[in-house]
Design a protein around this ligand. Structure first.
Ligand code: XIL
Length: 357
């Protein structure tokens, strides 16, 4: 049954994949070229990704063709978090991410794994049986088993992992005192990376953090944390800046400087969860035009830094976005509109992808 369902999703897509086999090089800067985001990204030597939701893919026939046409990387919005992969103590379930990976592989897309260790009071990433633990050794053993089992399951099919998500306070610069910190101390971060590296030595391992794209104390704290881990020899290979631009717009120069500072430590950098709400007053056209510029500013900052290798959006169409349910409707944060039409933001993004050297 499971196989049949995957086949139903994958078969038509494989046909589609054949039609654009191998991302044949097209000169996207040539006059009259009208490249997809994915073609522009290939030309630029980066990847462009989107977060995936299975329910949208099964309910909405336009979803998968649009996703696979414009993106060459994918990450699951929920199903690779602890709550989904180990919903009960010692019981693992990989059905949904496995189905996504079959789609990705049939369409030549990379897969980012999100995320191994992320506990925060307000989110649904970690089950209660974890936060109820009081014995440090029990938690250490459970975390080790979780990381080994999950990373081991996906070994060779997931190229990058957000090993620890949001290690810092949401609105501060200290280490967030999640259950792992409380019981194991700050060393939980290094332990998580060591375990992930053992389980898949070829995966690129990321620290991933929110609200650090522009200047600020929180970015400085992330930089210091990364430097400290590297100095200890911890296998941190990359840093992800989430890029949910909700309260402020991307500032090109600040983002560029941050990416350069991280790159100078010798890690790769990615923008991992971008959405940029259409902010401001004015008619729709003015808001969308401002948003076009903001998508350009964000993407061109990445493209100016050699170590910035992928930009992943947290969704891709305004029809299916977490922003609607968490922050309200009509914020239109993604490059395709509700009808899967290209928005000004799409063109700003594509120009940004093509702005590199
Ligand atoms: C969000 C998902 O989009 C929602 O569907 C889910 O209910 C909560 O999590 N930072 C992250 C992501 O690292 O995992 C979050 O995703 C958005 C904020």
């Amino acid at each position: 049954m499971r196989y049949l369902r995957a086949l139903i999703i994958v078969l038509p897509l494989s046909v589609f994949a054949l039609a654009c086999e191998g991302d044949d090089p097209v000169d996207c800067r040539a006059d009259g070229a009208n490249c997809s985001l994915r073609e522009a990204a290939v030309q630029a030597g980066v990847q462009v990704g989107a977060a995936f939701r299975e329910v949208s893919a099964t309910d909405d026939p336009k979803y998968l063709p649009a996703l696979t046409a414009d993106f060459n990387s994918v990450t699951h919005e929920h199903a690779m978090k602890w709550a989904a992969t180990q919903p009960q103590y010692g019981v693992f379930n990989f059905d949904e991410p496995d189905r996504m990976i079959e789609i990705a592989e049939a369409n030549g897309m990379a897969v980012r794994g999100h995320t191994l260790v992320w506990e925060q009071a307000t989110v649904d990433a970690t089950p209660e049986y974890v936060t109820a633990i009081t014995d440090p050794e029990e938690l250490r053993t459970l975390m080790a088993n979780h990381i080994r089992t999950v990373v081991g399951h996906f070994r060779g099919r997931v190229d990058a992992w957000d090993v620890v998500n949001e290690p810092l306070d949401t609105l501060g610069s200290e280490l967030y005192q999640n259950i792992f910190y409380q019981l194991m101390g700050p060393g939980y971060i290094a332990e998580a990376f060591e375990l992930a590296h053992e389980a898949d030595p070829d995966a690129t391992l990321f620290l991933n953090e929110a609200l650090v794209s522009n200047d600020g104390d929180k970015f400085d704290a992330l930089l210091a944390l990364t430097a400290d881990l590297l100095e200890q020899g911890v296998p941190v290979h990359g840093v992800g800046l989430q890029g949910h631009f909700l309260t402020e717009a991307p500032n090109h120069d600040e983002l560029l400087a941050n990416l350069q500072k991280l790159a100078a430590l010798g890690v790769v950098v990615e923008l991992t969860e971008v959405d940029i709400i259409a902010r401001g007053q004015g008619d729709d056209a003015a808001r969308l035009e401002r948003q076009r510029q903001e998508f350009f500013d964000m993407a061109s900052a990445c493209l100016a830094v050699e170590a910035c290798k992928r930009i992943t959006f947290w969704g891709f169409t305004d029809r299916h976005t977490w922003i609607d349910s968490f922050f309200g409707p009509d914020l239109a944060p993604l490059p395709l509109d509700e009808n899967y039409e290209r928005k000004p933001a799409y063109f700003g993004l594509r120009d940004g992808l093509l702005s590199g050297p």
